[in-house]
Design a protein around this ligand. Sequence first.
Ligand SMILES: O=C(O)C(=O)Cc1ccccc1
Length: 307
Amino acid sequence: MPQIAYLGPPGTFTEQASRALTTGFDAELVAYDAVPQALAAVRAGDVVAAGVPVENSVEGSVPVTLDSLVSGDPLVAVAETIIPITFDVLVRQGTTAAEVGTVASHPHAIAQVRGWLAENLPGARAEPAASTAAAAAAVDAGEFDAAISAPIVVEHYPSLERLATGVADVRDAITRFLLVRRPGPPPEPTGADRTSVAAVIAHEVGSLTDVLAELSLRGINLTRIESRPIRDRIGEYRFYLDFDGHVADARIGDALAALRRRCSEVRFLGSYPKADHSPSAVRPSASEQAFRASEQWLAEIRAGRLA
Ligand SMILES: O=C(O)C(=O)Cc1ccccc1
């Protein structure tokens, strides 16, 4: 049975997402302590794929995922899913709110409940943990007093109980997760796809505008843009771009080729069906048919059959 790595231990949001990402085929989920380790296991061929969190509607991107995707051998996303996020606050049985001096969780979870903590556990110190479920395990082991966790995690720790449930500063928060594997033929286009790339854009006047113009000129809808430092130089950045469309689409292929000419580094991070299945709007001048017709026209001219 194929093995899929995820950010563990059991009971994380990433486990939930990885189950959703692998519904329909038999897969064994294998917990890893951190996203870089899960991706390293994919690169090493120990597992076939990994489920990783990429961005949250409240707290933004998950930097460790973005950085790990581009350092090391290439990896590509083949599926995405979106999970609604609310938290439970777990304590060892019998612990009262007044007794909570430390509250542990994944930094993204802590950031999403800061208001609730200030109001309900004002004396508690927030402590970062590798994941929400790792925080629950640490509370179970007596290392912290409370954990901010996924509602499901309590099933794994019978000695913990809920101090609060449905905790979230922002209602309807969601997190987007990707299923990532070693490069291979991308999933078939569905008409409702997303393409992700990471591009190092030169530190020159207008270079970012020029890259974005390559997309807009081809009627490509940008759905995310995010920069991260490239680490060994200041002033130059790696941009993570997500846009509507599939690498098999003519307008997307054309834009990627233009990015390749403009940028010192372009890493293709995958074309995959969008979780919300919303079809990509394509303007007539950027349709497959329009691209084919214009290529044909040019070929005729080059062959001297048309002027
Ligand atoms: O720690 C987890 O459970 C994760 O899967 C990472 C995470 C943390 C907070 C919100 C979404 C995902």
